[in-house]
Write a protein that binds this ligand. Structure first.
Ligand code: G6P
Length: 614
């Protein structure tokens, strides 16, 4: 994973790079570093274990001048988080400094060969191997830097986005990529390269995205040359940097996660804007209009995603099957890509990803595409890699999500999946008028109902205090609420580090029931729906074994409320939309437990917002 950035131009590089790292911290934050070339042609490298703010603090009083620099915020793959393993890495001769996002899979063999040639390594990273190899190849000939990179990158197996300084050319910045994203911002005689557009916004008006296996050579005079590994010149469309990439702030909330939970009524309104028409009683997704024939001809939908997006996919599968009567399956992208899946040209593959950059999801898209399937992306980050690699798609339009634990993106994904299923079902005539109209009305009322659910915040905060002791939690749900239970458990694990299992409620008796005793909190989603009576029996089974039941029930519920230890009431909705409302108390519960335990809610240990390595 990791975020990389680099600057070459007339301004001081350091503040631009540090600011860029802050924007990229969602990609990892276990250590950070910066390399700067000053006007005397000296290279200074500073690295710290910890977050970008730790690096910034460490720079106080240091020589940080320079108009050329590269910087990195890390999520450890090879080697523990430490200052030594932090990037930039500098080659033994001191000629090259590199920052890297990705994984060099054949690093061990390259390292052994370099060690035999006398190269010594300071870190345990694959990246240091890469920079030493560049150094070695450069030392063997008079080739220019680009030719050296072509030779080295051809030898590399794996994924990389790199920014490189060659001290022989202190007026140039080099960058290259394969499978990991890299944007090149173009200003007035200046360049900013970065893992995404955010460090570029506000610094340059134009941007282009480097293609796979391409190398960019940027000069201080403003010239830019791009070639591929075979030395063919490459040209790319130069795009305007969107003006509205405003800085995201906490707006008075203690954490981004809480802000994003509270934003959901408005983010879902944005998500449905121009798509759900309550007056005309229609749902229209432009991608469905444009690709109607292809989507209606689909014999199967395969949904690929990771993490929270996969949970949204499980709900989407049920919606597509229920409304469109088309077989659908939801698969972890990381499993799909290596499972030799049967993919037919009549399949539609839906890739769900908040970031649009998840490496496994992107690889699943590429695999499905190579087999002729039609690919539909459901993403949040506009212009990210997955939307660019798909045939069509729908953005969820919920705005930037900063908290590592996904909240508003999940509800946005579920909302888009509902709209997609409804739009296709309408076109296929697999939904009756009453159900269709009822769904539209209900979808439109979700933001208001969410506002009602958010009023439970204070009581959930008090409830959370009672559960900080817990080492384990069980989350149960059935039907559409089962993926919601999985998502609730994931939220708790991610930010409070409490082990939590999501389970289909009826499956509990095939194993997890053995875990239940008076210590075990069981969160059970027990809203009024077709399986309510069954859930009631499941609650009885837990209470009979003295489990502590926290039930999420529909307003006015009595039966479950009578036996559960605690109930959280939410407004009633149509069963398939229940996850939208149910998620809110689950998000709040996880949030408040984590806060009570003093955890870093927005940047939990070992996680990253965007997983750009497999
Ligand atoms: C990481 C994030 C999760 C996210 C998952 C998939 O694990 O921490 O919140 O659900 O990646 O990310 P994506 O951007 O593809 O939805």
């Amino acid at each position: 994973m990791c975020g990389i950035t680099g600057y070459l131009g007339g301004r001081e590089a350091c503040p631009i790079l540090i600011d860029g790292l802050r924007q990229l911290e969602y990609r990892g934050y276990d250590s950070a570093g910066i390399a700067l070339v000053n006007e005397c042609g000296e290279l200074h490298v500073y690295k710290e274990k910890g977050k970008v703010q730790d690096l910034e603090a460490g720079l106080a009083g240091k020589n940080i001048s320079g108009h050329l620099g590269i910087a990195h915020t890390r999520w450890a793959t090879h080697g523990e988080p430490s200052a030594v393993n932090a990037h930039p890495h500098v080659s033994s001769s001191g000629r090259f400094a590199i920052v890297h996002n990705g994984i060099i899979e054949n690093y061990a063999v390259i390292r052994r060969n370099l060690e035999k040639k006398g190269y010594a390594f300071k870190s345990s990273t694959d990246t240091e191997v890469l920079v030493q190899l560049i150094d070695y190849v450069a030392s063997c000939s008079d080739s220019d830097t680009v030719a050296v990179l072509q030779e080295v990158l051809d030898e590399i197996v794996g994924a990389y986005a790199i920014a490189l300084i060659d001290m022989k050319y202190p007026d140039r910045l080099f960058a290259a990529r394969k499978s990991s994203p890299l944007a090149v911002g173009i200003g007035d005689d200046e360049f900013i390269v970065a893992s995404d557009i955010s460090p570029i916004a506000g610094n340059a008006d134009k941007v282009m995205y480097l293609g796979d296996e391409e190398i960019a050579e940027m000069h201080r005079d403003g010239s830019l040359h791009i070639v591929n590994l075979s030395n063919a010149e490459c040209r790319h469309e130069i795009l305007a940097v969107p003006k509205n990439l405003g800085r995201t702030r906490k707006d008075g909330f203690d954490h981004f996660m809480l802000k994003e939970i509270f934003e959901q009524p408005s983010s879902l309104t944005d998500c449905m804007r121009g798509r759900v028409d309550v007056v005309g009683k229609t749902v229209t997704l432009s991608a469905v209009r444009e690709h109607k024939d292809r989507l209606l001809a689909a014999e199967r939908f395969i949904i690929v995603a990771c993490g929270t997006s996969w949970h949204a996919g499980l709900i989407g599968k049920q919606m597509i099957e229920n409304f469109c009567r088309i077989p659908a399956e939801t698969v972890y992208a990381s499993e799909f890509r290596y499972s030799n899946p049967v993919i037919r040209s009549s399949d539609v593959v839906i890739a769900i990803s908040q970031s649009g950059e998840t490496a496994d999801t992107l690889a699943a898209v590429e695999l499905a595409r190579s087999k002729g399937a039609f690919i539909y992306g459901i993403c949040n980050a506009v212009g990210s890699s997955i939307p660019r690699a798909t045939d069509t798609g729908s953005y969820i339009h919920v705005g930037p999500e900063i908290g590592v634990a996904s909240t508003k993106a999940f509800t946005g994904q579920v909302t888009v999946l509902a709209m997609l299923a409804l739009d296709i079902a309408r076109e296929k005539n697999t939904i009756d008028d009453r159900t269709y109209a009822g769904m539209i009305e209900e979808l439109a009322s979700i933001p208001e109902k969410m506002r009602v659910v958010l009023r439970t915040n204070d009581s959930i905060a008090s409830l959370a205090k009672m559960f900080t002791y817990a080492k384990n939690f069980i989350y149960l749900g059935r039907g559409y609420s089962y993926p919601a239970a999985l998502e609730g458990a994931l939220k708790l694990k991610e930010i409070s580090y409490i082990h939590a299992e999501g389970y289909p409620a009826a499956e509990m008796k095939h194993g997890p029931i053995a875990l239940i005793d008076e210590e075990m909190p069981v969160v059970i989603i027990a809203t009024h729906n077709a399986l309510y009576e069954k859930i009631l029996s499941n609650v009885q089974e837990i209470k009979a074994r003295k489990g502590r039941v926290i039930a999420i029930v529909s307003e006015g519920d009595t039966a479950i409320s009578d036996i559960a230890d605690t109930v959280i009431e939410i407004p009633e909705t149509i069963e398939c939309l229940d996850p939208l409302l149910v998620s809110v108390p689950l998000q709040l519960l996880a949030y408040h437990i984590a806060v009570c335990k003093g955890k870093d809610v927005d940047r939990p240990r070992n996680l990253a917002k965007s997983v750009t390595v497999e």
